[in-house]
Design a protein around this ligand. Structure first.
Ligand code: NAD
Length: 499
């Protein structure tokens, strides 16, 4: 059976722990490969490789670093089909959607190609008599990223592309559920001319995560995953003196106003709720309808749209979505559906027990639609992360806005309306980090920045965009004076002012 090895110092390195993770084919439920699970010593080895590559890479001039990133971008584009198929085979999302995952990663690499411009400091000439002040953004050193299963191409690129462009060297610990694409990314980065040890991949579970969080030579950690682990990573990493950003779970709401274009809203939300089997942190699993007529019309149309979805194997070009990632995740999602029923919500479409002929052991779940969900229900409060849409009925816009604002998660939110004034007010007031106006999945483009609020993100700096450059660099400010002749000054005991 194929084993996915670590990738350290530009080479595949066999694990020594004797521990492996199973990589399933979610279409069939069969184990298709296994992945090495690292020991602390193997994490150490990856850190050593990154340390070795650091001195030269950190002083390589930004334009040369950018040239390697341009080449890397080219290679990703040339290999996008192969990457998407590999991604799809381990994750289960359909190939077209997997291509989107890789493309979103390429977008961040493209952003990172602008590093000579992005990393420029600031300069003030004549801040005082003969005094100039300038600042520079220097790399942190060896840094690390820990990523979830649901975007195995895009999320590693969010992290390492920007970090490495800034002159850091990197240790990536991807999800053990679909680890092959992250290794391909590291191989392609090497092929593009990246330094050996510039981008290392160690696979593993809590043992490797803890080793990263405690490692004295790792200066910063970026994490994306579920909220409890994100909070743990943030607390542990910062306690060990690291800079940490840790993105967590989500429960994004879409507000459906009576004046919206209902056809557009339904078409958008059916994709945002059920696409990728709901396994997106920017999925839209809650629709809040404003007014009874809007609610009735929305549920009727959504029921039709959801019934029309085709669930298929991830290679089926006509499938809207494929299986979820694992048997355990399938059971978890189906338990939440049961919970919703037990709590008294109206299950108008039940996706449990969905089977695909010839793929009876695959992890397929049909679309589920709940009406009359209320904010007190546990199934509303928690992230389900599956193809389940919950409709909450609200009487007014104020009542509707309060729902995402008061929810424990605050990743994304959307409003569907034709009233610009209401939309503007909504965007300003809502207590959530990323807002869509007639846009169901408001994932910001790579040169803006990605990050939620509340339990969707711990730490204070977002992913990619200028915020990413700030996260992966430290600023140094220099105040310089070149006195002329015997102008030595006479106020050495007074705090210097520029007055
Ligand atoms: P997860 O939290 O189970 O795993 C994320 C990473 O943490 C993996 O690399 C995993 O190996 C590691 N990990 C798992 N258990 C651990 C433990 N006990 N101690 C230390 N490390 C541990 O998340 P997942 O199931 O892979 O991904 C889905 C979750 O990620 C969802 O909650 C989703 O909302 C979230 N997510 C958030 C964003 C965002 O930007 N906010 C983006 C994508 C996914």
């Amino acid at each position: 059976m194929r084993t996915v090895n670590h990738f350290i110092s530009g080479k595949a390195i066999e694990g020594t722990s004797g521990r492996f993770g199973d990589i399933y084919n979610p279409n069939t439920g069969v184990v298709q490969a296994r992945v090495d699970l690292a020991t602390e010593a193997e994490v150490d080895k990856a850190v050593e490789a990154a340390k070795k590559a650091l001195p030269e890479w950190s002083i390589t001039n930004p334009q040369r670093r950018a040239r390697i990133l341009f080449k890397f971008k080219d290679l990703l584009e040339q290999n996008i089909d192969e990457l998407a198929e590999l991604l799809s085979s381990e994750h289960g999302k359909v190939v077209a959607d997997s291509k989107g995952d890789v493309q979103r990663g390429i977008d961040v690499v493209e952003f990172a190609c602008g590093i000579p411009h992005l990393q420029k400091g600031e300069y003030t000439e004549g801040a005082g008599p003969g005094i100039d002040v300038y600042s520079m953004r220097q790399p942190l050193g060896v840094v690390a990223g820990i990523t979830p299963f649901n975007f195995p191409a895009m999320i590693p690129c969010w992290m390492f592309a920007v970090a490495i462009a800034c002159g850091n060297t990197f240790v990536l610990k991807p999800s053990e559920k679909d680890p092959s694409v992250p290794v391909r990314l590291a191989e392609l980065f090497l092929e593009a001319g990246g330094p050996e040890g510039g981008l290392n991949v160690v696979h593993g579970d809590k043992t490797s995560v803890d080793a990263i969080l405690r490692h004295p030579d790792i200066k910063a950690v970026s994490f994306v995953g579920s909220s409890d682990i994100a909070q743990y990573v943030y607390a542990t990493g910062t306690a060990h003196g690291k800079r940490v950003q840790a993105m967590g779970g989500a429960k994004n709401h879409g507000i459906i106003m009576p004046d919206c274009n209902m056809e557009q809203a339904v078409r958008d939300i059916v994709g945002a709720a059920y696409g990728s089997a709901g396994e997106r942190c920017m999925a839209l699993p809650v629709a809040v309808t404003v007014g009874k007529k809007t609610g009735d019309e929305f549920v009727e149309r959504m029921l039709d749209a959801a019934r029309g979805l085709r669930i298929g194997v991830s290679t089926d070009p006509d499938a809207h979505y494929g299986p979820v990632v694992s048997a355990a995740h399938k059971a978890k999602v189906e338990n939440y559906i049961k919970m919703g029923v037990d709590e008294g919500a109206d299950l108008v479409l039940d996706g449990r027990g969905h089977t695909l002929q010839g793929h009876e052991n695959g992890y397929f779940i049909g679309p589920s639609l709940f009406d009359n969900v209320t904010p007190g229900m546990q199934s509303y409060k928690e992230e389900i992360f599956g193809p389940v849409l919950q409709v909450v009925r609200a009487g007014t816009l104020e009542e509707a806005v309060a729902l995402p604002s008061n929810h424990q998660y605050g990743n994304g939110v959307a409003i569907f309306t034709s009233n610009g004034r209401a939309a503007r007010e909504f965007a300003a007031q809502v207590n959530v980090g990323m807002v869509g106006i007639n846009v169901p999945i408001p994932v910001p483009v790579s040169y803006h920045t990605f990050g939620g609020w509340k339990r969707s993100a711990f730490g204070d700096t977002n992913q990619h965009g200028p915020e990413g450059v700030r996260f992966w660099t430290k600023i140094k400010t220099v105040t310089q004076r070149w006195p002329e002749g015997d102008d030595i000054g006479d106020q050495a005991f007074i705090i210097p002012t520029m007055g």
